[in-house]
Design a protein around this ligand. Sequence first.
Ligand code: HEM
Length: 442
Amino acid sequence: MTISDPPVRSSRVTAYADARAALDQPLLVPEPVADAADAPAGSLAWLRAAVARFTGDTRAHARQRAHAVAELARLDPRELRRAAAGSAVGADDRHTVVRILAEELGLPGPDAVADAVMTVSAGYFGSELTPTQAKAVDEAIASLLARTAQGEGVEDLEFAAQRIGLLVQACDATARLVEHARRSAPDGLPPGGADALLAEVLRHDPPVTALRRRALADVRVGALDLRAGEVVLVDVTAAQQDAPAGGDQADSDIGTHDDPTPLAFGAGPHRCPGQAQALALAAGLLERDDPATQVTEAVARVLDLAATWTAWDGRPLAVDDRVYTPHKAIRRAADHLVDHLAELEARLAGQEPQPDHWHASATTTPADLASFTTEDLDEARSRLVRIGRIWADRLEALSDAQLDRSPGQGWPFRLLAAHVAGSLDYYAGAVGRFGAAANPEE
Ligand code: HEM
């Protein structure tokens, strides 16, 4: 039986409390995969039976999920965001998402991995497949297994299944989130940028709208009395609208108590472990559509942090073998903007960019160590906003072809913009937020 077969009896859950109770209840498990015992490694039945996503057995699930979480820990959301923001337009977002993840995981042939994962996702969630489709899916999984398995032992295979599983989980859901966000903001990013837009879309138009569970035994959850074998369908959109205003205060497995999207990534033991990576990839893809805003938003984020630096205590901050101070962060932000703008202009003019003589973060000058006054903040604001505006005006005047197949040696300009925006966040983040504003909850 596949999950698309009609269940004997089913309930639809729309109340937030019932949804949480259902997803937290260990006797309610994802649809078990039938006929998987003899499934050969590398087949769809094997994959569905081996991944954390569909495993109801508590101990097996914990082990499989731990593998997935360990792999996810290797995926730095900032790197994913930058890679997505610098990716070329025109490719299928699903392909881009998986290719970036495969690249960051160091898998061989990231493009081929992405092609295979897109094929697999057609059958992974249990849809009926024609024999031709089923064959293509099995072949794609076999090719992925060859690229992800580090050996042939039982543990190697289970680990490889989690790697494949997280790529397939990421594929459609992340691209759908981006699609919903574009639909919600057809004229480009709103104030607050990609992060604010994604939070809004996840609450009102989530990409995963239904979560299915089957009762292993008779069980009462929330207001529901369920019989063994009964299927429960959690309506994510409806249940989220019913969530307590200001978030679920009793929730400990959701990072922040005021998470406005308490169910968009699931809940309970199967809650999505890839939320940070998903948000980073989606934000990067949205920013990629609009590299000019990407740069001006990054400038705005620097200035938001810099507004707290007048409370700096004078002690330099050590980050990644370098030392940072407010003045140094502003210096690096401005110099990096100027440096790559000069490169971009030289390449557009058919000239060689100036050779690199910057001392950059390797040096800390006496001026870097000075206190950061409100006058300094004002000057920084005027300086950075203007340079950001020059960048934005220049990027807005370029076509997609110029952004992605840019003249001269070096990165495409879209990637250059993502790189500069990412570096601004890095420099400002190295100093961070100071004073009372650093701990708004206290
Ligand atoms: C916007 C994008 C995404 C959304 C909305 C989403 C949503 C979800 C949801 C709702 C579940 C729980 C399913 C259930 O309880 O039945 C889930 C599970 C999972 N997700 Fe995501 N996901 C997204 C992206 C990602 C990404 C980028 C990754 C990895 C890089 C990922 C990896 C996983 C894994 C491994 C599971 C299974 C966890 C388990 O069963 O223990 N997801 N996701």
